[in-house]
Design a protein around this ligand. Sequence first.
Ligand SMILES: Cc1ncc(COP(=O)(O)O)c(C=O)c1O
Length: 379
Amino acid sequence: MKAEQGLRFEKSQILVSCGAKHSLYNLAEALLEAGDEVIIPAYTYVSTANAFELRGAKLVLCDSSNYSPNIDLNKLEALITPRTKAIVVIHYGGISVNMYKLQDIAQKHKVTLIEDAAHAVDAYFDDARLGTFGDMATFSFHETKNITCGQGGVLLINKPEWVERARILRDCGTNRHNFVLGLVDKYTWVDVGSVFNLSELHCSYLFPQLEFLESITRKRVELWEHYYQALAPLQEQGLLKLPFVSDSSRHNAHIFYMVLNTSSERDRLLRYLKDKGVVATFHYSGLHQCPYYHKKYRKVQLTNAEKFSGRLLRLPLYYDLSFEEQRYVLDCIADFFHEHNRTKPAAAALFHLPVYVNLALDEAVSAMSVVNNLFVAAL
Ligand SMILES: Cc1ncc(COP(=O)(O)O)c(C=O)c1O
């Protein structure tokens, strides 16, 4: 089963892997020596950090920008030292920073650029797929992602000279790939590796989603746009901030988030939505705010990452979310702000959305379980 076919990355080599994080361990193994520094975002999932921490690298955390959870390119250069081996970025919610600017910084300082593109399958910057700008990139097919096989991922290698070693590391440190190609009559142990393959079973679950990737993205983007348009009046009233998307970004609607004015208001809204049967969520704790980081590194303050940790809220967004369910979520948000901030009532007047058929409340509530439906269908 060739699950890599559905992604069609020109000029990149794709290695299907048992997890984006495993791919990163894999590549980190090949890149690093103890004491090397790796710059990663403070606002990210721990997998980004563990990949390099496990190999003895020193983590250097870059703050988010004021207007986006992604790293602040203006702060990045000051963090580069002669020991810096790699810069890792994430594309939060499938939205990237200016990738040309980032490439320029990496090239100028001769450091490896790695995209943790866990959020970014089928997302673009300036018409090129995210994942093709760095020397390497990883994608995640974890159950929370736009397409999923429960756990899984892909390692994308854009440097031809690294492909052979990555194949060996993936295959238990053997040259099995050459055996499969018929280049050797038996395979043997040539390096230290592990089992980074994705099973056939996982591939078979993932494959149809790769084939339907465009329509999956289209539906998600439609839902994302509805949220954005409906919530824009609240942004205009200064009650919250919506995602910033530059003209060069074509995102994949991986996440719809909003940023509240205070963390207590974020928490109140989370509770309010929960009481109404809407599962909204938040993440990440800045890595510098985590106990492990405190224990090992010094305490640092990264104000923008902390702002997103404290104030960001994610709304339900998944392929099978219906427009009626989405309207219910929006109505709940309108009611919350009306009750707490005395905005105008009547969600339909507040939100410039077509009014969809209204569901009975209990029907809408029960339909509101925010589990990835594709994943559930497999169980
Ligand atoms: C930014 C980021 N990187 C990496 C991962 C981990 O991906 P995986 O679990 O497939 O290794 C996630 C989330 O699951 C993530 O949000």
